[in-house]
Design a protein around this ligand. Structure first.
Ligand code: SF4
Length: 192
């Protein structure tokens, strides 16, 4: 049975897809089948209606954070987010920041009214290091991600950039300077 919605600390996490534009060297998908005891590989991606039906019976805050990049399923994401904002829930999106490149248009104006917080994977302080660590399918993935982050801050979404502690201390401080320069926070995640 596919896990489309899973609960951690009272918040429903939405697992829309396993598609991703990156193949990060530290991705936990390479050595785990899920998190929190939930298997997150999907045989079938959910429709927006299927997720909304689940949330209708359990009206919590939500996080789009599955085993893949949520903006690969932008239309579903926006429908679900609109439903959650309708009952007064908070919406967070965890993303690699490639949503505009994936969808071929600037998606931040569509996200902004429906997204309280966004966590964007910065991953590295330079384009070369980013390419090495993320093995992103976009040659200019680093600049796509930074441009997306800049627009999120400009549109007033609470924005956090994240790195994984596979970086050196010097690299993490360089990432902190990038985040602060954009007006965002930096979060350092532990590599599992
Ligand atoms: S962006 Fe996230 S889901 Fe995609 S490969 Fe990297 S760590 Fe894995």
């Amino acid at each position: 049975m596919d896990t489309w919605v899973y609960k951690l600390d009272g918040v429903n996490y939405i697992n829309l897809t396993n598609k991703c534009t990156c193949a990060c060297t530290f991705c936990l998908r390479d050595h785990m089948d899920g998190v929190g005891g939930y298997g997150l590989w999907l045989e079938k991606e959910p429709t927006a209606e299927q997720v909304i039906t689940i949330l209708a019976g359990d009206q919590t805050d939500i996080v789009f954070c599955g085993y893949g990049e949520p903006t690969e399923k932008l239309e579903e994401l926006l429908l679900i987010a609109r439903f959650v904002k309708g009952y007064g829930g908070r919406v967070r999106l965890d993303t690699n920041g490639h949503g505009s490149a994936i969808n071929g248009r600037d998606i931040v104006p569509a996200l902004a009214p429906l997204t309280d917080e966004i966590s964007i994977s910065l991953n590295a302080p330079t384009a070369a290091r980013y390419a090495e660590l993320t093995r992103c399918r976009f040659p200019n993935g680093f600049s796509h991600m930074l441009d997306f982050a800049k627009k999120c801050v400009q549109c007033g979404i609470g924005t956090t950039l994240s790195v994984v502690d596979v970086l050196s201390d010097e690299e993490i401080e360089a990432c902190r300077a990038i985040a602060e320069g954009l007006g965002a926070r930096l979060r350092v995640r532990h590599c599992v």
